[in-house]
Design a protein around this ligand. Sequence first.
Ligand SMILES: Nc1ncnc2c1ncn2[C@@H]1O[C@H](COP(=O)(O)OP(=O)(O)OP(=O)(O)O)[C@@H](O)[C@H]1O
Length: 649
Amino acid sequence: MGIATDSLQLARRHLLDHGACPPSALNDRLARSWQRSLHAGLPPFGGRELAEPADGLSLSQSLEQNAQMLSFARPVMDFMYGQIRGSDCMVVLADVDSMLLHAVGDHGFLTKAQRVELRTGASWRESVRGTNAIGTAIEDASALQVRAGEHYLERNAFLHCSAAPIFTAQGAVAGAIDISGDERASHMHALGLASSAARLIENNWLKARYRDAVRVHLHSAAEGLDTPAEGIVVLSESGTLLGANQEAIRALRLAPHDFFALQLETRLQERLAHLLARTGREPHTVRLPDGRRMFLRVEQPAQRTPARTVVPEARVDALAASDTGDAQWRRAAQQVRRILDKPIALLIQGESGVGKEVFARACHDSGPRRGRPFVAVNCAAIPESLIEAELFGYAPGAYTGAQKGGSLGRIREAEGGTLFLDEIGDMPLLLQTRLLRVLQEKKVTPLGGTPVPVDFALVSATHCVLADAVAEGRFRSDLYYRLNGFSVKLPALRERKDFDALVTRMLAQWDDSGVRIAPDLLAALRGYTWPGNLRQLASVLQTACALRDPAHEPAIDWPHLASDLRDALASPAARVQPAGKAAETRAISVGQADGAPEAAPPAALRKIARQAIAQALADGGGNVSEAARRLGISRQTIYRHLKKADAEA
Ligand SMILES: Nc1ncnc2c1ncn2[C@@H]1O[C@H](COP(=O)(O)OP(=O)(O)OP(=O)(O)O)[C@@H](O)[C@H]1O
């Protein structure tokens, strides 16, 4: 409120005419952002089409990549929204590319916001939408309020938005949280609320991510400890800095290269042994190198009892908790449970995405090493040249380009806990030899360092048949026998008999409103072959939850799926076939190639196609080209379906 709209309009014209904002029309930060928006080629007055909303695939990929941030943001967003409910506003979470991942808000305002694509799946990157709170806060890595006509694009001038970036444990921007509302309403404390929410999300995320690390809480006043204003630093057992929140980064003047390299004792001027000895509720003080006094409280990880002495309890454990009723899966879990407290290496086999890592974590959380680190390494995802340093670590100055302070290595990070080696079949032969030595000697030798004893449980996973790799000489047979102390095979999703229970369990993770799935859609999903297994199913359901409008749509339905999956579901070729039936089927899909002879689809499929088209037309404001784009099919296909529907009506 109180924004001089006319003068901002004049400023916009001045920017267009002269390439710069007139002095004092806007504060410096907004003026720089307007200029960047102009250089991005955005015309501030109407004109150009709104940027495209993301397709289902990018949204689901981002939801998967940001699952952790999202899980910590959701409860905070619900709480924030509870504070401002009914004031014509919404709370939004965006990823680092400014794509909106989740939104909660007043129904009326959500509808208004959709008109300018302020909705899940859309990108609000500054270079796409011009100056706006989310995109500009992420661009500048700093909280920001953008009021009414301060938005670069004139059509966004009905908005009043306040956004704060969310930072990772190593101080990189991970996304932003934003409160957007009607510019005529009061938003006095919105920026403060968004900033506090961002701090809360970061702190909870940091603590959970490093729950097995030593944690130092700090503040310049004893009363500041345990408040959102405290700094938090997490350390390895040897005192190396692993992560920190923004307050700590500021207070201790930490730089990006300090992470995984700095020994915190040098910054705190207190020996690590002294620091660790002071664990407890009572704060103590230290003097920083610049003379400032800080109050510290040190917390050791929750469970520091020696591994193997903790006896697993007979109550419902993590393995039992993830049992949704499939007999094959249950048998695997029962067999594995018998070896969890024994020093036997476990090999998990199964197609990609069947949940091997989830299963490995459940084994860890159900066994005697729960509460200690679970360290997952994807052997296929690390370049061959780096995997050695990543696994075995290196001493300070071991090689050019390495971090100054050296690196612990993933094997030593798993000390006392579980090392999970995913895609073990992709481990280069040379490293197989080194890994074998570690397993035999129970010692790891960092590059340029001396041997260090290690104690960890080993779980490996592979989607290929490791015995074949041995037969072909790609995998050492002696290592294979070491890894394969006991092996289990997890079933592919199409083989599981607990599909509905799995779906219910997954939906409950992302939607606590008890959302259900339309019965015909559930039946189609149940019959699909799921080449990506649980990963694909999780991603489809999560995207559908995000795309559903809870105010109007009680159930997840066909329009909430990406067009390629709708096509695949409509194709008999992609369905699990009863034996002997496969050859009888022909592919029929909404997105059939134009010009190809079109088989007459059965009534159920016609209905599905028409529903999808009707929804896409409604979403695209009746524009056929827009609906075709949303569905990923041609306009001719839409016209054909509409014509047939007319003829049958
Ligand atoms: N029991 C489960 N409940 C809910 N979601 C699950 C479950 N198991 C797996 N998922 C989903 O599937 C995704 C993939 O699981 P996971 O990484 O464990 O599979 P994987 O078999 O190890 O895959 P890859 O072979 O590609 O490494 C998880 O991120 C999660 O979204």
